[in-house]
Design a protein around this ligand. Structure first.
Ligand SMILES: Cc1cc2nc3c(=O)[nH]c(=O)nc-3n(C[C@H](O)[C@H](O)[C@H](O)COP(=O)(O)OP(=O)(O)OC[C@H]3O[C@@H](n4cnc5c(N)ncnc54)[C@H](O)[C@@H]3O)c2cc1C
Length: 411
């Protein structure tokens, strides 16, 4: 396989580098980098990080570097996934990020492009691309995570106004406390089997009846939230896709999610770990050198896995595309190896928090590995997907597949 750039991609890469050289500084791989402050526990630093993410996304948009693969009619450049990959590779060397905006674009963008009405596309896609409006994903519930289709949040249509009235609770909602809009899945027909009778909505997070309660994690920050919905009124035009056909729309979002998690720009890279090894004097130890080589290899393997999938999509040879579950699980395994090594390099100091090298950056990332192995589908559930969808193994028994949801047994 030839991993060199084609002449067209080489020209594009040179343009990317020229743009980044002009607008961003090099990444140092230590606490001089503002782009690592998504992990900040100091609210002032965290707010500054969000401001800079927004400004960076606006700069990208204004200079034609946002939405590289989005169709031109939605404000993108209609380029190939390989162009996006080249951009991400180069961006990884600079101290710049759009943070959660990138994730929101991956979740909401393809979903609205594929299932949204022209009015919804017109209203939401450009501000999403520019990072002017922030989004969250209101899917998981206390009783529905891996088995998302079992969700119980209820939406009933008010016959007088046509509005949908939503009641229920969501949980683990990343970024809800900063979001302007949410993508929400709710049950509109409880008498249908669980995958049917769901409807997908866009909800304005400032609607009366929405209460967001941040959940503070072990790292001391609230990445995600509980969201309580009490008689929340959603206009009929905010339904995405057909009423009762929300599972189809949800699947589009979920498909984008696992690829996004494994393909997004990473807060930690081999370069970070190597810089840490040099500072801690770990580069002479043969065992640590071997682990550094493994981290380096992981990074290359991940890049090639992404490259192979994107090439398959570009050439229409879908049989060569790697399953999103494979990418996600390899990514989380590589992440775990990277942060475990960083903690070992810090040695006894790794047991500290803000007093440790880099103001607790590696301690945050070490704890974050567990979240990344659960968010976007757990490793076990992705293995099930691989077994059933890639290897053709027998499906898991599902006692509730054709049973009306309101007759299923739930905790
Ligand atoms: C950092 C982070 C961010 C998140 N952000 C969001 C968000 O923005 N919006 C949102 O809606 N959700 C979000 N989530 C929720 C996430 O999607 C769920 O946590 C995940 O799908 C697992 O669901 P659960 O937590 O209910 O665990 P459960 O589904 O209760 O699983 C518990 C355990 O049982 C195992 N298990 C369950 N079913 C099976 C099975 N069939 N076979 C084998 N093992 C199984 C799981 O692997 C897990 O170990 C986020 C989660 C995290 C950690």
């Amino acid at each position: 396989m030839d991993f060199e750039d084609t002449p067209e991609l080489a020209t594009f890469r040179a343009e990317v580098v020229a743009f980044l050289d002009e607008h961003a500084g090099p990444k140092h791989g230590d606490d001089r980098d503002w782009s690592r402050n998504g992990a900040a526990t100091d609210p002032v630093v965290a707010e500054d990080y969000r401001r800079r993410c927004r400004e960076w996304q606006q700069l990208l948009t204004d200079h034609g570097w946002a939405g590289l693969t989005w169709p031109e009619r939605f404000g993108g450049r209609g380029l190939s996934p390989a162009h996006q990959m080249v951009f991400n590779q180069e961006l990884g060397r600079y101290d710049a990020t759009a943070g959660f905006i990138t994730a929101a674009q991956a979740l909401v963008g393809p979903t609205l492009m594929q299932h949204g009405t022209p009015d919804q596309q017109e209203r939401y896609l450009h501000p999403l691309l520019r990072g002017d409006e922030w989004w969250c994903q209101l899917f998981s519930e206390p009783g529905a995570g891996s088995d998302l289709a079992a969700l119980a949040t209820r939406a009933e249509q008010d016959p007088a106004t046509g509005e949908w009235v939503v009641n229920g609770q969501k949980v683990w909602t990343s970024n809800a406390q900063h979001a302007d809009f949410g993508i929400l899945v709710a049950r509109t027909d409880p008498s249908a089997p669980k995958h049917h009778g769901l409807t997908y909505f866009v909800v304005d997070m400032r609607t009366p009846g929405i209460e967001v309660r941040p959940l503070v994690q072990a790292q001391g920050v609230a990445h995600f939230n509980e969201v309580f919905l009490s008689d929340v009124r959603i206009p009929a035009e905010n339904v995405v896709g057909e009423v009762g056909d929300g599972w189809k729309v949800t699947r589009t979002t979920l498909r984008s999610e696992s690829s996004m998690i494994s393909g997004a720009g990473q807060a930690t890279t081999f370069a970070n770990v190597l810089a840490l090894a040099r500072r801690c004097g770990g580069t002479g130890d043969p065992v640590l050198r071997q682990r550094l080589a493994r981290v380096y290899t992981d990074e290359l393997v991940l890049r090639w896995m992404g490259w192979r999938t994107q090439t398959a999509v570009m050439t229409g040879r879908y049989e060569l595309a790697l399953h999103g579950s494979l990418l996600k699980n390899f990514f989380t395994g590589a992440f775990a190896r990277r942060v475990d090594l960083a903690m070992d390099l810090e040695g006894a100091e790794g047991m500290l928090w803000h007093e440790a090298e880099g103001d607790g950056f590696w301690q945050y990332q070490f704890l974050n590995q567990f979240a990344s192995r659960i968010g976007g589908g757990t490793e076990e559930v992705h293995r099930n997907n691989l077994g059933e969808q890639a290897l053709g193994l027998p499906r898991e028994p599902a006692v509730d597949r054709d049973v009306p949801w309101n007759e299923t047994r739930r905790s």
